[in-house]
Design a protein around this ligand. Structure first.
Ligand code: HEM
Length: 450
């Protein structure tokens, strides 16, 4: 591609500061962000491959974006875009029909400056699904999925979530008995398999495929994966899901993928490509985000023992923990991407027709105008309800919000009940993020169970 240099640093704002850890340590609030800049004319680089990457040092990144204002200019691994950093502007723009998901409206795509060699292309040019279309077509592609995730339908899914949670906890307990005192990675043992198993069972994906999917998505999201390998991963995922849709078309089961195949949306059934796109969107969006929610909630509680005590004593509900974690550690850090079909004014600046707009959900969750001067503090005692935008807003609002809340509301109390002495096995500053641009994804969460 011919866009701005991917690895060069000229003309970009980067943020200096030592250490990779987020501000999860007890007592690190509020002066936790380190040095920040970004209010100048240079775009803020979100390139994890540059010399001074922000990704993985989320506190500095958030501070830089907030300092740059409600609409900040960013450099997304060689492609310039705007990002929205405040709650009020995000809420307004997420319902603005002049911003659309169709990549063919993007000026850098049309001019060929962005093409398949751009590392983030898989998240923007993601095939035809509810994630990539708008308006009436979007409603057509989304309705059936949304209907499968209503509160009534979720009540029917709950026993499966409880069963999977119980099995994972049993396995961890058996491991603890065999190797007492040995640290366990809570991500690998618990937080990662749970959402993947739940979304696979919902969509009718065979459990045997889960390890392969984990591997493929790790490579897909990591910005360290060479682009040719990522394109091969995308192709493998596309083929895998296309095969599933073909098999289920021949022999439908009792799952959401089969329901999408059989759906008759006003006499216009979904095409095989649309079913595949929705299946991919559900599995891709439906696991890692919830992994992050569970892990970040555990980390936050273990580093704020006074608040954990309030929860375990029943003075504060698990719902408050979940909502505060969603606000404070938004699982989606930056959600790509919408494109302006005409000029759009935002806080005194103008997004020109054809330009790209990202939602920086982590900065939005830390917006002081919305959440108060202590927005950087984790506090489960905030007055309810906590009005965050971690699940988006408007027509594309996350259809899996209820499911992920259900998973977290089963997983968290069950974990702390089974292992009341749960503790971090490493200093919190050593817990690192993976080199992922779009998500607040932890590398691992080493804990001691007893
Ligand atoms: C903590 C967990 C989760 C978070 C924080 C989250 C966050 C989000 C956000 C911010 C969006 C809005 C995207 C946009 O504005 O374009 C979204 C959309 C979406 N999410 Fe989630 N999500 C979570 C869990 C899930 C789960 C469990 C599923 C599926 C089972 C799921 C499926 C989807 C899908 C399919 C979309 C696209 C909807 C559309 O474009 O109409 N998500 N999610």
């Amino acid at each position: 591609m011919n866009g701005p240099a991917v690895n060069g640093s000229a003309g970009r704002t980067t943020v200096s500061g030592a250490g990779a850890g987020p501000e999860a340590a007890a007592g690190s609030c509020p002066a936790d962000g380190g040095a920040a800049s970004g209010s100048g004319g240079c775009p803020i680089s979100l390139d994890p491959l540059s010399i001074d990457p922000l990704v993985g040092r989320l506190a500095e990144e958030t501070e830089a974006l907030r300092t740059a204002g409600p609409l900040a200019r960013i450099d997304l691994m060689g492609a310039e875009a705007w990002t929205v950093t405040t709650h009020a502007e995000a809420r307004r723009l997420l319902t603005d029909s002049r911003l659309v998901k169709d990549i063919t409206t993007w000026n850098l795509w049309r001019s060929g400056e962005v093409d398949e060699s751009w590392p983030l292309i898989g998240m923007v040019d993601a095939g035809r699904s509810m994630f990539t279309v708008d308006g009436a077509e979007h409603r057509r592609l989304r309705t059936k999925t949304a209907q499968a995730l209503t509160p009534r339908r979720l009540a029917a899914i709950r026993p499966a979530v409880e069963r999977i949670t119980g099995e994972l906890l049993d396995a961890m307990e058996a491991h603890a008995a065999e190797a007492p005192g040995e640290p366990v990675d809570l991500k690998a043992a618990f937080a990662q398999p749970l959402p993947m198993s739940v979304v696979c069972s919902l969509m009718g994906v065979e459990p045997e495929l889960e390890p392969r999917l984990h591997r493929l998505y790790e490579a897909f999201f990591s910005m360290l994966t060479p682009q040719d390998e990522r394109l091969a991963v995308i192709q493998e995922l596309d083929e895998l899901y296309a095969e599933m849709v073909e098999e289920k078309s021949a022999s439908p089961g009792d799952d959401l993928t089969s329901a999408l195949i059989l759906a008759d949306e006003g006499g216009e059934p979904l095409t095989a490509e649309e079913v595949r796109g929705n299946l991919e969107a559900m599995v891709a969006a439906g696991h890692e985000t919830t992994v992050t929610l569970i892990l970040c909630a555990v980390r936050a509680l273990l580093t704020h023992p006074d608040q954990l005590r309030l929860v375990l004593d029943g003075q504060v509900g698990w719902e408050a923990v979940i909502e505060e974690t969603l606000r404070w550690e938004s699982p989606s850090t930056h959600l790509l991407m919408r494109f302006a079909t005409s000029d759009v004014e935002v806080a005194g600046r103008v997004v020109r027709e054809g330009e790209a707009v990202v939602m920086s959900y982590r900065a939005i969750g830390r917006d002081r105008a919305q959440h108060g001067e202590d927005a950087d503090c984790f506090d489960v005692r905030r007055s309810a309800p906590i009005r965050h935008l971690a699940f988006g807003h408007g027509p594309h609002i996350c259809p899996g919000a209820g499911l992920s809340r259900l998973e977290a509301s089963v997983a968290l109390p069950a974990l702390f009940e089974r292992f009341p002495s749960l503790s971090l096995a490493v200093p919190v500053a050593e817990i690192r993020n993976r080199p992922v641009l779009t998500q607040n994804e932890l590398e691992s969460l080493p804990v001691r169970l007893r």
